[in-house]
Structure formats: C-alpha cells, structure tokens
Ligand binder design. Structure first.
Ligand code: UDX
Length: 446
C-alpha cells in the first residue's frame, strides 16, 4: 500500500515507521524542514526504544521517505493518515487547528481517490469536520474525487510504542464505508495474523469516543488507587498490600493500580480534560471524570507534604537529590510530569534541588524547568547525593530499582528516602537505618 503520514511527532513517526516495516511504501510529511532533514539522515526528534534502528533500516530499503511537501506524494496514495498534534486549547478542549489545516491541504492537493484517516486524538465529530473541509476545497477546485474519512485512534504507550504498534491488543477503526473497513483490515492484517478479532470496526463517532474513554478509564484507575492510598495512610493500612489484595480479583486486575505521584504525559491529562469539555459542550456535567483530574492534581504534591511534615514548612538551606524527571520510565518526555510540580514547589519553599534522569535532563533544562534557577543537573545517579538532606525518587527507571543503599547512605546527610513510586522494600531499608517515606503507607519509626 502507498501511505502518506502527515505529522512526524510521536504518533506519526511511530505509525509511519511501523507501516514501512511491514513492507508498505510510506512518506512521512512535516512542515518543520529541520526535523525532516534530520529524519532523512536517521536523526530522530524523540527518544523511543527501537525506533531509531527501525527508521534507519526502512530509510535504507526506501520503504520510508520524509518530505516537507504533501503536494506530490498524495497522488495514487491509498491512505493519508493525519497524525498532527491536538494541543489543549485555552478552555481545556482539544485544539483542532492543525488537523483542519492538514485537511485543507489534502483537499487542495489531492488528485486521486483517497482514504483519509484521523490518527490524532480528536473529539467526537472531528471526522465530519475533516470531511467538510476537504469537500469545500474540492468544490473550489471543481473536482469530484471519491474520498472517505475514517477514525483510527492510536493506543501507543511511550517507551513501548513499537511493541504496541507491531503487536496491538486491538485496532479500532471507525468508518461508515464497508469498503474502507475492508481496506483498513487488509492494511492491519499483518500486525495480528493469528487473531483477526483484534480488528474492531465501528461507526466513526464511537471510534473517536473509544480513544477518550480508554484513557479516561485508565486515568480513573490510577486516581482511584491514589485516593485509596491516602485513606490507607490515615487508617494505618498499606496500599501496597491492598493493591495486591484487590488485583488478584480477575475482574479488577493488577494493571494500572500502582499508586504514585500521579499520572502525567501527553495523553491522560489532556484527554481527561477534553472528555469533560465534550460532555459539557453537549449539556452534561461529568462528576467522576472531574474528580479523576482533581485527585491527580493533588496527588502530585503528596510527596511534597511528606517532605514538609518531616522538615517543616521552610525548606531554606536544604538540598534534595531527585531521581527521575520524565513522566514515566523509558522516555525523555516531560509533558505534565509530576516532577515539574514537585520540584517547583520544593524550590518555592526555599529548597535547592539536584536532579538526575537517564534521558530527560535536556528537556528539563531547555523547557520544563528552564526558569527554575535552584535546580542543578547531574549525569549519574549517585553524583547528586553528596550532602543532600534526602533522596526523592519520582520516576521508576530500572536503574533506580536496586541501587547500592550503602552508597546512598554514605553520601546523604540523612539516611532519608522519599519514594513517589513505592519501589523499595520497607523492612530492608529500615534494617539499613533509612527513614523511608512512600505513598499510601505511613512511616513509623521502629
Ligand atoms: C497512555 C496510554 O496507556 C496509551 O494507551 C495511550 O495511547 C496514550 O496514553 P502513556 O501516556 O505513554 O500512554 O503512558 P502510560 O504508561 O499509560 O502511563 C501514564 C501515566 O500514568 C504515567 O505518568 C504513569 O507513571 C502513570 N501510572 C500508570 C500510574 O501512576 N500508575 C499506574 O498503575 C500506571
């Protein structure tokens, strides 16, 4: 198949590369010429495990090309995937500016029948808007070309995106056109050879809704366990045990009930808000989804409250070593990362912060913590510890999971760890003489 993917952000780049890997002929288009020049040389704008190798391999076979212009690549293409950003608008709803700009460009440049597919996360009704925008351009050009607009939301997890795309749990396609459904099924068939029931076809609006509901459901699970973790502390229970207790029920399951410092990233915060906006725009006031967001906002600061309880309101003169800045392990992405809120709050209260992250230091320095002059950065995990008053773990990168605790104790002023992701064994740390503060289990001195 001949495929054009418009937008070489996270979703577009992963999707385009994986389609090319399956033997399709793919052109990824972006208006950012510097990005495209780099991609042509195999230099990626993001870090995603396995992606660079796959891009380079497919550049070599020429299954994958990059271009700044949509003009000549649309002709005779089977699919045009729209994978541009839908940032949060000022009122919290998804901003469709880029999606509709792309729709207009498609309408201005297409000369042969085409299936246009929305891969960007877009509110219900966007496929209709894309269709109208393209129709308007074709009318202007006095052309009558057959095209269809389908919805095909992505369910990629950062850090595991290649795996998610190559071996999907499901592929959801929304289309009102039987032929398009068949065409999409063929396109995805190589990705789920043995279980074709993973291809789920439905109407466009239900597919658009599915994406938001999946993310809102997962965010709800996280906020639920985080709220429970706060109650556990008050009643003297241990959320780590409660989690295992409830997860063993198959109907509940173990995944996405890890308590922590709240969810971040490019999807959950934005999509939960956008779903609320969609509901409100349609005359419904969501209660539960609002609460999911409110719990998450408060949860980010739970670890700060623990630090204040231990050291007092005024943190002047204290220094904290931070392990982990990215919103989750395996990525350099810091969008909505709890670390941003936590670090800014600590320094607002007078503390100094020394931070280490395996991948996200540049993001922090250049964007997310750029204006915070009380943060310094280190290039290995033990290097920031010397004479710090405590270690604060915020992202559960593998290299933090089994550290040398004797080394940590030797370096720190006090043997104190605040763990925002419940990574360590409390009894073991107590034996070593640590004060260990975690989420959802009150610290008590032996
Ligand atoms: C998510 C969805 O999982 C994916 O299907 C969708 O396409 C995009 O959004 P992603 O944002 O990459 O993917 O991250 P994910 O692994 O889902 O984690 C999101 C956040 O939730 C992270 O901040 C993580 O730390 C937090 N989390 C996750 C918890 O706090 N507890 C959990 O049990 C699971």
């Amino acid at each position: 198949m001949k495929i054009v993917v418009i937008g070489t952000g996270y979703v577009g780049l992963v999707s385009g590369t994986c389609f090319a890997e399956m033997g399709n002929s793919v052109t990824c288009v972006d208006i950012d010429s510097e990005k495209i020049e780099n991609l042509k040389k195999g230099i990626l704008p993001i870090f995603e495990p396995g992606l660079e190798t796959m891009v380079k391999r497919n550049l070599k076979t020429q299954n994958l090309c990059f271009s700044t212009s949509i003009k000549n690549v649309l002709d005779n293409s089977d699919f045009a995937f729209i994978a541009v950003g839908t940032p949060m608008g000022e009122d919290g709803s998804a901003d469709l500016k880029y999606v509709l700009e792309v729709a207009q460009t498609i309408g201005t440049n297409m000369n042969s029948p085409l299936t246009v597919v929305n891969k960007s996360t877009v509110p219900v009704g966007t496929a209709d808007l894309v269709k109208q925008t393209i129709e308007k351009q074709l009318k202007k050009r006095k052309l009558d070309i057959a095209f269809s607009v389908a919805s095909n939301p992505e369910f990629l997890k950062e850090g595991d995106a290649i795996n998610d795309f190559m071996k999907p749990d499901r592929v959801v396609v929304g289309t009102d056109d039987e032929l398009v459904s068949k065409k999409m099924k063929n396109l995805y068939a190589p990705f789920f050879r043995s279980t074709s029931d993973r291809f789920i076809a439905m109407d466009v609006r239900s597919a658009e809704m599915t994406k938001y509901v999946a993310n809102a459901m997962l965010a709800t699970k996280i906020s639920f366990i985080n709220e429970i973790s706060n109650i556990c502390e008050l009643v003297g229970a241990d959320v780590n045990k409660v989690r295992i207790g409830i997860g063993s029920d198959k109907r509940i399951g173990y995944s996405f009930i890890y308590p922590g410092s709240g969810y971040g990233g490019s999807c959950f915060p934005k999509d939960v808000k956008a779903l609320t906006k969609t509901a409100e725009a349609n005359g419904y006031t969501p209660k539960l989804i609002h609460a999911v967001e409110a719990v998450n906002n408060e949860q980010k600061l739970v670890i700060v409250h623990k630090i204040i309880n231990r050291f007092g309101e005024n943190l002047s003169g204290l220094e904290f070593a931070i392990w982990g800045l990215s919103f989750k392990p395996g990525t350099d992405d810091m969008r909505e990362a709890p670390s941003i809120y936590i670090i800014n709050e600590l320094t607002k209260k007078g503390a100094k912060v020394r931070a280490y992250d395996p991948k996200a230091i540049n993001e922090a320095k250049e964007f997310y913590l750029k204006d915070n002059k009380n943060v310094t950065y280190y290039d290995s995990k033990y290097s920031p510890l010397k004479n710090c008053d405590a270690l604060v773990l915020l992202t559960e990168w593998k290299e933090f999971r089994a550290p040398d605790f004797n080394e940590i104790k030797k370096e720190l002023n006090n043997a104190i760890i605040f763990d925002g992701r419940n990574q360590y064994n409390e009894e073991y740390l107590a034996e070593l003489g640590f004060e260990y503060y975690q989420i959802g289990k009150k610290f008590t001195k032996n």
